[in-house]
Design a binder for this molecule. Structure first.
Ligand SMILES: Cc1cc2nc3c(=O)[nH]c(=O)nc-3n(C[C@H](O)[C@H](O)[C@H](O)COP(=O)(O)OP(=O)(O)OC[C@H]3O[C@@H](n4cnc5c(N)ncnc54)[C@H](O)[C@@H]3O)c2cc1C
Length: 395
């Protein structure tokens, strides 16, 4: 690693600090208009910020107690595709409300037939004049019930090989034919996930994102972006409690007096520090203009089970009290804006999901094996067949 964190009196820090002093309680829209939500983007959405300026903005935002809006699908994954592949009309229509969080987005990718094998998806989009007509069934769609915009990946060319016949669309979630059914998960929170049924949904052709057939490229880029974006120190996909906060909490309640628990806490703390150093390494790469590699996959593969260990240890330190829903493990709660994962109890019940969502551990291991270690690629005899033919043979 070869970089220095920007000092307190860094000359680039002053204008940012001045902005937060003049806008002490900024709304998400003000943050978005100032370019602070995606500072690395070009103007007018961002500030063309290099990694150093991004870090300064991040620190000053925290110092001011300001939080970005919660619109992860747009901000972390998909809106970036509008910059590179969208039309000017799409950018003007969608980016402002997405970055300010005024329009929540959701990601209509996974299907009941399997989420890992995205290229095999069955939802069809048939062109009819100036519309596409879509039929299909999506599942595990986070935030679909709140979303105004869905990023849909559907098959537009069933007679092409599976990776080549996919396209992406920006769909209004209140379009007739869209039905949303909530899934209640083990955290007891209804509506984190949903099933989405699409029954002859008519999508105007100008809502195609990129070109027909670019759906695979866009979707894999968006999933990769999320893996990097989700690699902060918090236990749940970079959000919520961290290993440092766990150790502080355990010390606060006297749990570190137990030697066995203290050993486990030390292990988890060390893992957290290793992850922090890995994050610095990728920051160093960015600050020195080195091209990012598939290290996002490695980071997620390590960070997800680490997060599960952080919240599991907090829960176990509570003893039988931990079995009571809503009981806080530590008297001092974290403050992370409206981030639901700030709640240790909720973070614990949610945590099994983190090794599944956005690429399961096995899929990430495949990425590392094939792209970093150069091991032989997984055999797929259907890869070059027309999708419709492969499907006929499979049934
Ligand atoms: C918290 C959370 C949020 C989510 N949000 C969304 C969302 O907003 N939108 C969306 O579209 N989806 C979402 N998902 C779905 C998620 O993308 C899928 O769960 C994931 O891709 C895995 O797909 P699957 O559940 O169908 O499991 P499958 O793909 O059926 O896999 C089942 C098991 O087989 C293993 N496996 C599969 N293929 C291979 C292989 N080639 N080699 C080795 N092992 C393999 C997997 O690792 C897994 O253990 C979310 C999931 C979670 C947990």
């Amino acid at each position: 690693m070869d970089f220095e964190l920007p000092a307190e009196d860094h000359p680039r820090r002053k204008p940012i600090r001045d902005w937060f002093e003049s806008n002490p309680r900024p709304t998400p829209r003000q943050l978005a208009e100032a370019g602070f939500i995606v500072p690395h983007w070009p103007r007018p959405w961002g500030l063309e910020a290099d990694a150093e300026l991004q870090l300064i903005i991040d620190q000053e935002m925290k110092r001011a107690g300001a939080f970005p809006p919660r619109n992860p699908v747009a901000i972390n994954n998909c809106a970036q595709s509008l910059l590179s592949h969208g039309t000017e009309a799409q950018r003007q229509r969608f980016l402002g409300p997405a970055l300010s969080g005024e329009e929540t987005w959701c990601m209509l990718f996974s299907e009941p037939s399997g989420g890992s094998d995205l290229s095999n998806l069955r939802t069809l989009a048939r062109r009819e004049g100036d519309h596409y007509v879509v039929r299909g069934h999506k599942i595990w769609t986070s935030l679909a019930h709140k979303a105004k915009v869905g990023v849909l990946v559907a098959r537009t060319a069933p007679d092409l090989p599976k990776h080549k016949g996919l396209s992406q669309f920006l769909v209004d979630m209140d379009t007739p034919g869209i039905r949303i059914r909530p899934i209640i998960d083990m955290s007891g929170h209804e509506n984190e996930y949903n099933e989405v049924f699409l029954e002859d949904v008519r999508i105007p052709a100008d809502r195609l994102l990129g070109k027909e057939g670019e759906g695979w490229l866009l979707s894999t880029t968006q999933l990769q972006t999320e893996r990097v974006a989700l690699s902060r120190p918090g236990a749940i996909w970079g959000h919520g409690p961290s290993a440092r906060e766990l150790v502080e909490g355990l010390a606060e309640i006297g749990a570190l007096d137990d030697g066995a628990l203290r050993d486990e806490a030390a292990d988890v703390y060390i893992e957290g520090e290793i992850l922090r150093l890995l994050a610095y390494r990728s920051l160093s790469d960015r600050m020195n203009a080195r091209t990012p590699g598939p290290e996002g996959a490695i980071h997620k593969m390590l960070a997800a089970p680490h997060g599960q260990r952080v919240v599991e240890l907090a829960k176990r330190a509570q003893g039988p009290r931990g079995m009571i829903a809503g009981e806080k493990p530590f008297p001092t709660q974290l403050e992370h804006g409206d981030d639901p994962y700030s709640d240790w109890d909720y973070a614990f019940w949610f945590s099994p999901a983190v090794t599944l969502g956005v690429g399961t551990q096995e899929i990430l291991k495949n990425v590392v094996a094939e792209r970093m270690l150069g091991l032989p690629r997984e055999l797929d005899p259907t890869a070059q067949l027309p999708w419709s033919e492969a499907r006929r043979k499979a049934s």
